[in-house]
Design a protein around this ligand. Structure first.
Ligand code: UD1
Ligand code: MG
Length: 487
């Protein structure tokens, strides 16, 4: 992903003293018990995407202003970005108030970057370009802007006759003339830290919302003789914020397209990009083929030559070269080189398929190690098991791992042949080269090379159908044979 590439611009990065992420808002329109910035798209939270883009700038300090859902947001940040510090904004007094809190007690110089926590499309590249312009021009403040086809709700960029940025006017405070402006404020700014610290105390709540607007700092700095830049971003998609579930879905689809495009350009065949959902955290090598209706989620890693789908979900799985997975669902599983899965199989936590192994049609596995070349081709459950190499598990075999209270382990050796419809009642062990007879309920260990038979002996009650079911189609069909014999 572009935004995940290491940064070259080291002289600039050294200048980036602090990044402030504003994330204290309520997110009321999400109508959710989860704080807005913790909603996910493409396998990361909204704030997680922002922090990933920020991380590529290698800032000295990152401060996140938290408020609504503080505990949950702080717990999440501790996990995904342990280096950041949080600042608590108890009362939502506006973006200017949040910035005042973030700067309180600091005495920094150099550059400070400020952005919001709900813009998952923003790339590290665009942030770098803003910093580049900011530093190259020696500006006091630089604002990232975009031309939005529907600017409703955004702050508008008001430029003077010479094109320079005069001020930012919020929608609610705008007259018709200002509302007709398509260029909008992205909410991403680079500031000279000293100048910002000086100006931030001069904000007033003299606006329609009675809040302190960070945007007003632009006009203050300009009036004090500061130089202001407005950097117009090419693709307005990058600045889209998420405020409700409709925008959440829109940004998920846009991220999906962006991620798919990058993988396709890197040599991955995606047969139907509109139905292929790959998380930003997944890794896929070139010459992988992905069929429609497939999701590759979490920390999944797919090696070259693998064929995935159609209609397959892989969550945090490792798939080695040349493996093939058809119409299946796999979570925390490792699929070996040239192994095969599916159709319609479910591989759960800690399943490891060896090289050339097979979990065939309608097979469920959990905590199962399947050795190289071993096959579980049809309709089986394999739970809490170790299977050696070159072994075949007959159709409809069940590893009976649960006694109703505890789970137990089954060990199956190398080159074993388990007969169809065997029940292997754990804990139990089947030795190397052993067989089990079809339909056996195996409750005791089978030694190497033995045939385990555990089922009733068959007896045939001759003439039963003619006596007990006379007149039925079965009896008539059977009777033909006695006629034949007579004839
Ligand atoms: C803000 C900008 C607007 C811009 C838009 C871009 C202001 C006054 N307006 O408007 O010019 O076009 O973003 O999306 O800045 N927040 C806090 N504490 C607060 C208030 C907000 O942390 O007291 C955070 C929010 O969680 C959010 C960000 O700041 O992440 C922006 O706040 P929001 O209320 O969404 O501002 P907008 O009205 O979208
Ligand atoms: Mg907003």
């Amino acid at each position: 992903m572009d935004q995940e590439r290491p940064v070259r611009l080291t002289h600039m990065s050294a200048n980036l003293e602090m990044v402030v992420v504003l994330a204290a808002g309520e997110g009321t329109r999400m109508k959710s018990s989860t704080p807005k910035v913790l909603h996910e798209v493409a396998g990361r939270t909204l704030v997680g995407h922002v922090l990933k883009a920020v991380d590529s700038l290698k800032p000295k300090h990152v401060r996140v202003v938290v408020g609504a859902g503080r505990e949950a947001v702080e717990a999440h940040l501790a996990q995904v970005a342990p280096g950041v510090t949080t600042v608590f904004q108890e009362r939502r007094g506006g973006t200017g108030h949040a910035t005042q809190l973030a700067l309180a007690g600091t005495n920094i110089s150099g550059t400070i970057l400020i952005l919001a926590g709900d813009t998952p499309m923003l790339t590290g590249q665009s942030l770098q370009e803003l910093l580049k312009l900011h530093h190259a021009g020696g500006f006091t403040a630089s604002v990232l802007t975009a031309e939005h086809p529907d600017p409703t709700g955004y702050g508008r960029i008001v430029r003077g006759d010479d094109g320079s940025l005069l001020r930012i006017v919020e929608e609610r405070d705008a007259d018709d003339f200002v509302k007709a402006i398509y260029e909008v404020n992205s909410g991403v700014y680079a500031f000279d830290a000293k100048a910002l610290t000086g100006a931030i105390g001069k904000l007033s709540t003299d606006n329609s919302q009675g809040e302190l607007y960070l945007t007003d700092v632009i006009e203050i700095l300009r009036n004090e003789g500061g130089t202001i830049a407005a950097a117009l971003i090419e693709d307005f998609i990058e600045i889209l914020g998420v405020n409700d579930r409709v925008q959440l879905a829109e940004s998920a689809a846009l991220l999906r397209d962006r991620i798919n495009e990058e993988f396709m350009r890197a040599g991955v065949t995606i047969v139907d990009p509109t139905t292929t959902w790959i998380d930003a955290t997944a890794e896929i090598a070139s010459d992988v083929t992905i069929y429609p209706g497939t999701a590759i989620l979490g920390s999944s890693k797919i090696a070259t030559g693998a064929i995935i789908g159609p209609r397959t979900t892989l969550e945090s799985c490792t798939v080695l070269a040349g493996a093939k997975i058809v119409e299946s669902n796999c979570i925390n599983a490792t699929i070996g080189k040239d192994a095969q899965v599916g159709p319609y199989s479910y591989l759960r936590k800690d399943t490891v398929l060896g090289t050339g192994a097979k979990a065939g049609a309608f097979v469920e596995m959990k905590n199962a190690k399947v050795g190289d070349g071993s096959k579980v081709p049809h309709l089986s459950y394999v739970g809490d098991a170790t299977i050696g190499e070159g072994t075949n598990i007959g159709a409809a075999t069940i590893f009976v791992n649960y006694d109703g209270v505890e789970k137990h382990h089954t060990t199956v050796g190398d080159h074993v042949r388990i007969g169809s419809d065997s029940m292997l009642v754990a804990p139990v062990s089947i030795g190397d080269g052993a067989y089990t007879a079809a339909g056996s309920v195996i409750t005791e260990d089978v030694p190497p090379g033995a045939m385990g038979v555990a089922r009733g002996k068959q007896r045939n009650v001759l003439g039963w159908v003619m006596r007990k079911r006379s007149g039925t189609q079965s009896a008539k069909a059977a009777a033909r044979h006695s006629d034949e014999k007579k004839g």
